[in-house]
Design a binder for this molecule. Structure first.
Ligand code: RB5
Length: 154
């Protein structure tokens, strides 16, 4: 798969680990930064990963920051992005199967290396289950177009 990796300074060591892991598994990895331990702002990197996914330049994004939360919030501001914070194999798999997530985010201060690599493998191996989940994903897409409208009214 074509994978964009991105992180802030706190997620940088985890990003390096995941990028190496993904390349070793044969994935086409694009590193969108950050490229060192200097403090940076996670929204810049979440947005970069989200834009790469939304533009179809990559299939999925793999992001990390301290908790995974901030970079996921930022990525989710890009239309078409469904970024999920995951902490383990199960949440990673279900993020794909139920939520059709196209960006996976993890916290370098939260998960260990083995959990993180197992989770990203589970995320990439899983696929959207469709069925009852499809109208829910479509509802999220409608929220992007009209965030002030209650989905239940549509
Ligand atoms: C950086 O200190 C930290 O706030 C950031 O990496 C992230 O955890 C925010 O959600």
């Amino acid at each position: 798969m074509r994978v964009a990796v991105a992180s802030d300074h706190a997620g940088y060591p985890l990003k390096l680990l995941l990028a190496e892991h993904l390349r070793a598994a044969g994935h086409d990895v694009t590193d969108l930064g950050t490229h060192g331990a200097e403090p940076v702002d996670y929204p810049d990197f979440g947005a970069a990963a989200g834009r790469a996914v939304a533009a179809g330049k990559v299939d999925v994004g793999v992001c990390s920051c301290g908790t995974g939360i901030g970079i996921a919030i930022a990525a989710n501001k890009i239309a078409g992005v469904r970024a999920a914070v995951v902490h383990d194999v199960t949440s990673a798999r279900l993020a794909r199967e139920h939520n059709d997530a196209n960006v996976v985010c993890m916290g370098a201060r939260i998960v260990g290396a083995q959990v993180a690599t197992d989770a990203v493998d589970a995320f990439l191996a899983a696929s959207f289950a469709g069925g009852r989940h499809t109208p829910r994903i479509e509802k999220i897409a409608r929220l992007e177009r009209s965030p002030a409208t209650e989905a239940s009214e549509e």
